[in-house]
Ligand binder design. Structure first.
Ligand code: 2F8
Ligand code: CA
Length: 127
């Protein structure tokens, strides 16, 4: 079922990649305005699909509610995890939001400050 201009279909969901950069929270607001939310990565196949864009992007993963407890934007805990080696490390300045940073599917995510300006990707289910 089609989802309008700019959306890509993959395995039961539609995905929208931004063409501008903003903070994690603004990204999330934009997705919600589109009837979607920041992407939740549930499988290796989905991870590979996202890597294929070759874009460093916000994903729907944060520990802003409880430091050290990473949750998807729908409240579910992580099942699949593809952190880069040594991440998440909360390196500087409260790194509470996750980016897809490296295009190695297994070692890809990094935690960074939520105010960083990045591209983002929204997901909505096709049903
Ligand atoms: O070495 C990993 C480390 O690299 C940067 O900090 C120096 C990242 N920070 C930003 O991209 C803002 C850290 O998140 C990352 O852990
Ligand atoms: Ca980090």
């Amino acid at each position: 079922k089609p989802c309008g201009h700019g959306w890509r279909y993959f395995s039961g969901s539609f995905y929208y990649i931004s063409s501008v950069k903003t903070s994690w929270w603004n990204s999330r607001d934009d997705c919600k305005k589109k009837g979607a939310d920041l992407v939740i990565i549930n499988s290796k196949e989905e991870q590979n699909f996202l890597i294929g864009f070759r874009v460093i992007m916000w994903i729907g993963l944060t520990d802003s509610q409880t430091e050290g407890t990473w949750k998807w934007v729908d409240g579910t805990p992580l099942t699949t995890r593809y952190w880069d080696d040594g991440e998440p490390n909360s390196a500087v300045d409260n790194e509470d939001c996750a980016e897809l940073k490296h295009f190695d599917p297994e070692k890809s995510w990094n935690d960074v400050p939520c105010k960083l300006q990045l591209f983002w990707i929204c997901e909505k289910t096709s049903t």
